[in-house]
Ligand binder design. Structure first.
Ligand code: SAM
Ligand code: GLN
Length: 282
């Protein structure tokens, strides 16, 4: 069996099983098994595979058919140009979340004072580790309710050599933080309304429910985070949160009710309102 042939077969199987991007997924999984780049699958198209390679690849294709996301199968996901380790205990970082990350980096780079920030619901650590990597003199605290996700975040912090600039805490939102104040607070909280969870793609349903469920209207975490943030922000500090579809008006209102100023809405590449950020009044 050659690379070319097995890719054609696997693509067909994934297609028949209604996988959205069958050829791409087959290529990523085969490149993973062969420990090579995707381009090599084309330059070495006639290369014969060993029985062991075929059997490992076929097992991955079976799992992909069961709607296990590719990132969980290969154990990594690229975010902000960095290759994060992921497993089924963490949300797979989304490209949309790069907007929130960029917003925090730009703010911290111009912030006059100690550049310490808090990431609430850190998951794989993608947001805070990317900020630390691209904002050299910054420091972070990060919380998550899931002990297992923090294990992944800690692993990633070591992998990217920023573990000396971040402290991870397990617990509910701000509870493990104590009295500290930050230049910025960042969060991509769970924001899917509970009733919509069952309508999500099967792949997303294989991600941790606790990372997705934002309560009846999806806004539970915004109410808590925005109302409690002022106590943890320095004067002029920034609170920035990712939001879901059609949540901008409601979340903006919560910011205004809690006395924030300079409220800004940022759009993602698809033109959807994706991030709201605001400043603590001086
Ligand atoms: N920050 C990561 C990212 O953007 O890829 C993960 C975001 S995920 C949407 C939300 C995260 O919040 C999950 O890791 C989940 O475990 C965490 N979480 C849920 N409830 C929480 C709570 N009450 N306190 C702290 N973290 C919580
Ligand atoms: N953006 C994620 C999704 O599309 C949801 C993540 C979240 O709830 N913050 O499923």
């Amino acid at each position: 069996m050659t690379i070319k042939k097995i890719l054609i077969q696997a693509t067909l199987r994934l297609e028949e099983n209604k996988i959205d991007t069958p050829r791409l997924d087959a290529e990523i999984l085969l490149a993973y098994v062969l420990n090579c780049r995707r381009l090599t699958l084309y330059t070495d198209a006639e290369k014969i595979l060993t029985d062991e390679q075929i059997s490992r690849f076929e097992k991955l294709i079976e799992l992909r058919i069961k709607k296990i996301p590719v990132a969980y199968l290969i154990g990594t996901k690229e975010f902000f140009g960095l290759n994060f380790v992921v497993n089924e205990n963490v949300l797979i970082p989304r490209p949309d979340t790069e907007i929130l990350t960029q917003c925090a980096i730009e703010f911290l780079q111009t912030f006059d004072g100690e550049k310490n920030f808090l990431d609430i619901g850190t998951g794989s650590g993608a947001i805070c580790i990317s900020i630390l990597k691209f904002c050299k003199n910054s420091f972070a605290a990060a919380t998550d309710i899931s002990e297992k996700s923090l294990e992944v975040a800690k692993f990633n912090a070591k992998k990217f050599n920023v573990d000396d600039r971040v402290n991870f805490f397990c617990g509910n939102l701000f509870e493990p933080i104590g009295e500290k104040k930050f230049a910025a607070i960042i969060s991509n909280p769970p924001y899917i309304p509970t009733a919509e969870i069952k309508t999500l793609q099967d792949e997303v349903k294989n991600e941790p429910l606790r990372a997705l469920d934002g309560g009846e209207d999806g806004l539970n975490f915004y109410r808590e985070i925005i109302s409690k943030s002022p106590k943890f922000l320095l004067n002029g500090g920034l609170l920035a949160v990712e939001i879901g579809i059609n949540q901008a008006v409601a979340v903006k209102k919560i910011f205004a009710e809690n006395n924030f100023c300079d409220i800004e809405i940022l759009k993602d590449l698809a033109g959807l309102e994706r991030v709201i950020c605001a400043r603590q009044k001086f």
